[in-house]
Design a protein around this ligand. Structure first.
Ligand SMILES: [Fe+2]
Length: 296
C-alpha cells in the first residue's frame, strides 16, 4: 500500500508510524485517511500450537483467552471504491432501508431480509441467497450474544465451508445433488440504525494481510451452546480498517466463508472503543444479517 507519510494533529509532517497516537491523518496516495490507535483483543498466542481449543462465551472466558493489542485502525472511506468482497473480504454499499423499527422482528424478517437478499445479489453476483438469521446489537451488555463483540473473530470455522453450506441447503429441504457443481460464500451484512455509528464501530482485518495459519478454531459457548468457530492470532502484518461515522444508509458486507480458491476466505472483525469519540455520543445500534450465497 502506497503510504507516503503522516500528518499529525497540528498539521506537522512526520514519516514514521510510531509517532502516530490516538487519531491522526495519514496520507494514502493523494487521499487523507483518518487513523485511530486503539486496543483490540486477539486470541492468546498459546493457542497457535496448543492441543485442544479455547472456549469463549462470557466476558470472563473472553478475558482469559484473549489479549489486548495496540493497533492502528484506518478509515477505509478514501479507498472505498478499491475494496472488493472477493479480494479484501469487505466492502461498503449504500442502502436506505424501509424498516421503520429494527426492534420489530416481523418487519426485519419480512422487509429487511428481502432488501439484504437483493443487495447481496448485486454486490456479490450470487445466483441464490439464503438468509439464516439476524442479530440486533445495542449497548445492553446483559446478553453476551447480542452485546457488541469485543474480540477479533470470524463467525464460523473455516475448515469445511462446503459441508456447512450443504447442511444449510438440506435444512431448507433442498437436494445437495442439485448443488454439486455450485460454489458457496457466506457473508454478513452490517448496518447502523437510529443514528450513525460513532461509539463501538466495527473494525475488520483486510483478508489480503492474513497469513495462512493466522486463524484457528475455538468453541463459541455463548447462550449455553458450543459451536466450533474461528479467531485470528495476532500478526503485526494485519491491516485493520473501519468506516468512520458509518451512516444508517450504508451497509458493510463482510466475508465469512468461501469455497472458491483464490478468493478472500474470511474477514475477522470486532467492535472497538474509539478513544476520540466524546462520552456523550449515543451508543451504537446495528443490525447484522448472516447469509449463504450460491454461485452457479
Ligand atoms: Fe461476528
Amino acid at each position: 500500500m502506497p503510504v507516503s507519510g503522516l500528518i499529525d494533529e497540528d498539521g506537522a509532517y512526520c514519516s514514521l508510524v510510531r509517532y502516530v497516537s490516538r487519531a491522526k491523518a495519514i496520507v494514502i496516495g493523494s487521499e487523507m485517511t483518518l487513523t485511530v490507535e486503539a486496543e483490540v483483543r486477539y486470541l492468546n498466542d498459546e493457542w497457535r500450537h496448543r492441543a485442544g481449543l479455547a472456549s469463549i462465551g462470557s466476558g470472563e472466558s473472553r478475558r482469559a483467552n484473549t489479549r489486548k493489542h495496540n493497533v492502528f485502525i484506518r478509515d477505509a472511506r478514501a479507498k472505498r471504491d478499491e475494496l472488493s468482497l472477493d479480494v479484501n473480504g469487505f466492502t461498503l454499499v449504500d442502502h436506505v432501508s424501509a424498516v421503520p423499527n429494527f426492534g420489530d422482528e416481523d418487519s426485519v424478517r419480512s422487509v429487511y431480509y428481502a432488501e439484504i437478499e437483493r443487495l447481496t445479489r448485486d454486490v456479490s453476483g450470487a445466483n441464490e441467497v439464503f438468509i439464516t438469521n439476524h442479530v440486533v446489537r445495542t449497548e445492553d451488555k446483559s446478553n453476551f450474544n447480542s452485546a457488541y463483540a469485543r474480540f477479533l473473530h470470524c463467525d464460523y470455522s473455516l475448515k469445511d465451508p462446503r459441508s456447512a453450506s450443504l447442511k444449510t441447503l438440506e435444512s431448507r429441504h433442498l437436494d445437495p445433488a442439485d448443488y454439486e457443481t455450485a460454489d458457496f460464500a457466506w457473508y454478513n451484512s452490517w448496518q447502523p440504525f437510529d443514528h450513525e455509528a460513532r461509539n463501538n464501530p466495527l473494525a475488520v482485518i483486510d483478508a489480503t494481510t492474513l497469513a495462512e495459519n493466522d486463524i484457528v478454531d475455538y468453541y463459541y459457548t455463548g447462550n449455553n451452546a458450543s459451536n466450533k468457530s474461528s479467531m485470528p492470532l495476532f500478526n503485526p502484518r494485519h491491516e485493520l480498517w473501519y468506516f468512520n461515522r458509518m451512516r444508517t444508509d450504508e451497509v458493510l458486507f463482510i466475508k465469512q466463508l468461501d469455497t472458491r480458491d483464490g478468493y478472500a476466505q474470511a474477514c475477522p472483525h470486532t467492535s472497538f472503543d474509539d478513544p476520540n469519540v466524546p462520552q456523550d455520543v449515543p451508543p451504537r445500534r446495528s443490525v447484522e444479517v448472516r447469509l449463504l450465497a450460491v454461485f452457479r
